[in-house]
Design a protein around this ligand. Structure first.
Ligand SMILES: [Cu+2]
Length: 297
């Protein structure tokens, strides 16, 4: 399969499945598409699993209930084939079930996924990725990190703690509600959603951007410019270096974005048909959102 050229997103289906992948009936290596938080069905399935785990743990309650949920996770490891999906479901379970949250140690991102927070300028070579375009990255004559002067704030964009905060926020407020998680004390669990609840999304991301602006000003750079013309070229290039994602079975690498690149429609399996996969749709969303805001909603 030809590798779709996309920016800033793991090139998931680009290379053949890892050697360890089981064979399908016809003897052809089976390569399930990795879990993506941008595919609704994936997020829905993860939410469903988390909800089941909560129901199992809550049925008997206490440590006994938790032990049964852990047994169920072990069982699911043999039946859920999509790389990364069960991991995401377990993270949702731990985030949204109080006793699990109190009981299980949640290792920091740096420990769980050290290669996902490795600085672009690190001398680390990174794992041998089974997916992605590592070879292309290695041969590209693009130094690690951002092109000048954006490299001045690489330290902030690549900061493990702010990235972990972002990850955690999206686990607390998942795209798909988790039925059965009402006993959680987390405000995001009180489904159905409250009036204007969605504004939390804009609020948190605005806070992150405000800090970004502050860091830029501190090194003598201008504030962030909005990117609202999606077909325009992006002057800044970025090479993430040894960055790689481990999904429980496979490494996925991230390739460099050259200077002057442009975005394109998503065409990969599972992504091509999702709402917003086309840039034109994104422009429509943008226009509708701005119109709604201007009309007082
Ligand atoms: Cu976000």
């Amino acid at each position: 399969m030809a590798a779709p050229r996309r920016l800033g997103i793991p090139s998931a289906p680009a290379l053949p499945a890892p050697v360890a992948a089981p064979l399908a009936a016809g003897g052809i290596p089976e390569a399930p598409r990795p879990f993506s938080e941008f595919v609704f069905e994936d997020v829905e399935r993860a939410s469903e699993i988390a909800s089941d785990l909560i129901a199992i743990a809550a049925a008997k309650g206490g440590e006994e209930g938790l032990a049964e949920a852990v047994s169920e996770i072990d069982r699911l490891r043999t039946t859920e084939r999509q790389p990364g999906l069960l991991q995401h479901a377990v993270k949702l379970f731990i985030t949204h079930f109080p006793l699990a949250r109190q009981t299980f140690t949640w290792k920091p991102l740096e420990k769980r996924q050290p290669n996902l927070v490795v600085p672009s300028k690190s001398s680390a070579t990174g794992p041998v990725a089974a997916r992605g375009l590592r070879a292309e990255v290695a041969t590209a004559e693009q130094p690690p990190g951002s092109t000048s002067p954006e490299n001045e704030v690489d330290f902030w964009r690549e900061d493990p703690l702010i990235n972990e905060h972002h990850e955690h926020w999206h686990l607390v407020y998942p795209t798909v509600p988790i039925p059965g998680s009402h006993e959680s004390s987390s405000p995001g669990d009180k489904y159905p959603l409250g009036n204007r609840h969605g504004e939390l999304f804009a609020y948190m991301h605005e806070q992150m951007r405000a800090r970004y602006d502050a860091e830029r000003l501190a090194v003598g750079m201008a504030r962030v410019e909005q990117f609202d013309q999606y077909t325009a070229s992006i002057p800044q290039g970025y090479n993430p270096g040894a960055l790689a994602l481990w999904d429980g079975g496979t490494w996925t690498a991230f390739r460099a974005r050259p200077e002057g690149a442009t975005l394109s429609d998503l065409t990969a399996d599972g992504l091509a048909g999702v709402p917003g996969a086309k840039l034109a749709e994104q422009a429509t969303f943008r226009d509708r959102m701005l119109a709604a805001a201007q009309n007082g909603y």
